[in-house]
Design a protein around this ligand. Structure first.
Ligand SMILES: [Fe+2]
Ligand SMILES: [Fe+2]
Length: 429
């Protein structure tokens, strides 16, 4: 699961890693240029906006992070609101047990009919193994540095899967109470995790075999990110969580779908197939989570619309929002690895602010938010906010695009060196 949207943090302290590097929480207004040919995703590139800001960021994503004193770059976030599920919500989630058993678990694929990473990669026991690796490397060598940065960021995000499973098991009424509970929520969480586990696995092995990246730096980043965790402010609340995961799964479907298309464009058919299969999994997961939230809207429309509103006001943070390789800031004048990665994802067209707005639009339509009827009050205010939110995000995108254009004209270019790709440089403008 993943999304690249970061918050434009108004007045909140910046994240501070224990290595002393300060990561600005404001989005850079810089776009990236590849050293190689540009891909044909015109509408995304013309948007020209960073995927790292949202217009309604009243609540900071990470209020503060204190050094842990251990010398590692693990980031800690102070405590926050917890256990916010309302009384009716408890009844609704409990009432969904049968539905989850009958309908939710259907979205999982049996292991015997699932693809495995090994189906897509060179076979180590084959006498042709080295030839197969050479073939893979020929495709990978076509990939430009900016694409590789985004692919590594996507892989690192997938590899930080323990944080996502951990999050699902903080949920009131829907967690796995034992580690092997037979409740449908617990089985969903474990088997969803098992499906997701293949994503990081296959991308990791592909990148290792490609020879195009610095695996030590990447592995170092994964260890740090899992150690730092993930904080989308879900408050142990399954309503908030299922809105978040609905958004995230659609965002990852879009992102992996675009890396697949770009891989094909650059001539890497192996990687195109890998990313395409991952995107198809994310589409199935999106369908599952949006179906859960649909049930919430049917059984508790007021609770559901307020949860959707709450997550949109907070902004959907990407699961890698605490990413750090321990060196990026010191090698790039204090720049944040996360923000630079998000900028490159935006400029390559893999995931943009326009995508964020499209997802908001889609979910508003999918859950028929405009058709709900409330007798005034907070629910109606939330409904009105939600129906206008995509336009609000698009206006921000346009402002960012204009700012980038101005910066470009003034020659305000920056180049970042990414340890993930052996310190090679990628332009950010
Ligand atoms: Fe995934
Ligand atoms: Fe997924």
């Amino acid at each position: 699961m993943k999304s690249l949207l970061w918050k434009k943090n108004r007045g909140a302290p910046a994240i501070e890693a224990s290595n002393g590097a300060r990561a600005s929480t404001c989005a850079p207004s810089l776009a990236c240029k590849s050293r190689q040919k540009r891909p044909p995703i015109g509408h995304r590139l013309t948007a020209g906006v960073s995927a790292t800001s949202t217009p309604e960021a009243a609540v900071p994503t990470a209020q503060a992070a204190a050094p842990n004193g251990t010398g590692s770059a693990t980031i800690y976030i102070p405590s926050q609101k917890t256990h916010s599920l309302h009384a009716q919500g408890v009844e609704v989630i409990d009432s969904l047990q049968d539905w989850a058993e009958q309908r939710l678990l259907r979205f999982l694929k049996p292991v015997q009919s699932s693809w495995q990473p090994q189906d897509l990669l060179p076979e180590p026991s084959s006498p042709d193994f080295y030839d197969q690796v050479q073939e893979l490397r020929r495709g990978a060598q076509q990939l430009p540095n900016d694409y590789l940065v985004v692919l590594v960021g996507d892989m690192v995000t997938e590899e930080a899967l323990p944080s996502n499973m951990n999050l699902l098991n903080t949920l009131d009424c829907a967690k796995d109470e034992t580690g092997a509970s037979t409740s449908p929520w617990a089985r969903w969480t474990r088997q969803w995790t098992a499906e997701e586990n293949r994503h990081g696995d296959v991308l990791n092995k592909y990148l290792y075999l490609s020879g195009c990246v610095d695996m030590h730096s990447i592995e170092n980043t994964i260890q740090r990110l899992i150690g730092s965790g993930l904080d989308p402010k879900l408050e142990n609340n399954p309503y908030l969580c299922f809105v978040y995961t609905s958004f995230q799964e659609r965002a990852t479907k879009i992102s992996h779908g675009n890396t697949a298309r770009l891989a094909a464009y650059h001539g890497d058919t192996v990687l195109a197939k890998i990313c395409g299969l991952v995107a198809a999994d994310e589409a199935r997961h999106e369908a599952a989570y949006t179906n859960i939230v649909e049930q919430l809207f049917i059984r508790d429309p007021e609770g559901a619309v307020l949860a959707f509103y709450d997550m949109m006001k907070k902004g959907i943070v990407m699961p890698a929002h605490l990413v750090d390789d321990g060196k990026h800031a010191s090698n790039n004048g204090g720049a944040s690895l996360f923000l630079d990665y998000a900028t490159v994802a935006d400029s390559t067209g893999v995931y943009t602010t326009a995508d964020y707005a499209d997802i908001v639009d889609h979910l508003v339509s999918r859950w028929r938010v405009a058709d709900l009827r409330f007798p005034g009050g907070k629910a109606e205010e939330a409904q009105q906010f939600l129906c206008q939110h995509a336009d609000r995000v698009r206006r921000l995108a346009n402002i960012q695009a204009e700012r980038k254009l101005r910066d470009r004209k003034r020659g305000k270019a920056r180049i970042a060196s990414f340890g993930w790709v052996n310190g090679r440089q990628v332009s950010l403008i």
